[in-house]
Design a protein around this ligand. Structure first.
Ligand SMILES: [Zn+2]
Ligand SMILES: [Zn+2]
Length: 352
């Protein structure tokens, strides 16, 4: 073990994620020694990430990470949005901005849609930013809204596609009802909110927030969320979406990797209890998102404690939405070994 190193990573992983980490480390001018199979696969000469491979087809990677040099070497942000849901970037702009932010890996996770995948994949190929194709699935548990990130699932899986479609239509029904309520007290209309949504596939609360900002009812999107649009407020209408555990099972059945997004973000409304979280782990949840701007330090520690109790890793991400929200790309990051193990569980390859 390297002095001061706390991680001796040992996990099943495919070759692609490891190769990508090695390349990213090398781009930063550091050195490492890799197992012969990776070296033979080309491109992988000296770097600080030491790893060896046992068995045919890379079934197992045993890696030892030099933590003295490694932290922050590879920047991985696994939760972002584009105009295909409620972000402001096009997928190509997202990839460009991720590159400018010094990110090595991003996940595109628009709400309940994979419509931005093709554009993002085109922009990501050869860009130096690896792309994890994903979605943020709207679900419900204990009568509350629960967001579950799905990574690398098969987009042709009929059950999951149906589930995403029903969530999208539920979003529209919900949006119409919320705007009806809002329009009684504020000078906004369905058309005004739709204008804010532009190319978005689904009208959501961020667009309502933008419409409220546009007419001067509130100074910013974030303040609209904290006040008028808050889940405990009088205008909030819940989305009638699939059960969370059912969604986790559907994601796994489609070869996806389900991760619970911002599990204890109380700023967004009430949060699910530990019983439900345990049930989601039981259903196949792969990780909890711990480092997120809606979690303060104590909440992040709590998420880590729960994750450790159930033996699942934690992720960190920005939940970037473009210029409309304060979230900055890379403001929270996922550890490379966690990313690697998640990527290895997915049906699809990471695009590089
Ligand atoms: Zn979310
Ligand atoms: Zn999100």
């Amino acid at each position: 073990m390297v002095p001061g190193c706390t991680r001796d990573a040992r996990h099943a992983a495919g070759p692609s994620a490891t190769a990508e980490i090695a390349r990213a480390v090398m781009r930063r001018g550091q050195t490492c020694a890799l197992g012969s199979r990776f070296a033979a696969a080309g491109a992988l000469t000296p770097c600080t990430y030491s790893t060896s491979v046992k068995g045919w087809g890379y079934p197992l990677v045993v890696g030892r990470v030099d933590c003295a040099r490694y932290p922050g070497s590879v920047r991985i942000d696994l939760h972002t949005h584009t105009r295909y849901s409620d972000g402001t970037d096009t997928p190509a702009e997202l990839i460009g901005n991720a590159r400018a932010a010094g990110l090595d890996v991003i996940a595109l996770t628009d709400h309940d849609t994979t419509a931005g995948w093709a554009e993002a994949a085109n922009a990501a190929r050869g860009s130096g930013v690896a792309l994890v194709r994903g979605a943020e699935v709207s679900t419900r548990a204990e009568g509350m809204s629960v967001h579950i990130l799905s990574y690398l699932h098969d987009p042709d899986d009929a059950d999951l596609a149906t589930l995403l479609a029903s969530s999208r239509s539920a979003r529209e029904v919900r949006a119409r009802r919320m705007i009806e309520g809002l329009s009684r007290d504020f000078p906004i209309t369905w058309e005004a909110v739709l204008a804010q949504a532009q190319a978005a596939n689904a009208v959501g609360r961020p667009h309502m927030a933008d419409a409220l900002v546009a007419v001067g009812s509130v100074p910013s999107r974030d303040e609209a969320f904290a006040s008028i649009l808050h889940a405990s407020g009088p205008y909030y209408v819940p989305i009638d979406v699939p059960d969370s555990a059912q969604a986790v099972r559907a994601i796994r059945a489609a070869g996806g990797v389900p991760v619970l997004a911002h599990p204890l973000a109380s700023a967004r409304g009430r949060v699910i209890g530990e019983g439900t979280m345990a049930e989601l782990v039981e259903a196949g949840l792969a990780a909890f998102e711990a480092d997120h701007r809606d979690h303060d330090a104590a909440t992040r520690a709590k998420v880590r404690e729960l994750a450790a109790r159930w033996g699942v890793p934690v992720t960190g991400s920005s939940d970037y939405h473009g210029s409309g929200k304060l979230n900055r790309l890379g403001e929270n990051l996922t550890e490379p070994d966690v990313y690697e193990s998640l990527a290895a569980q997915g049906h699809l390859e990471v695009i590089k």
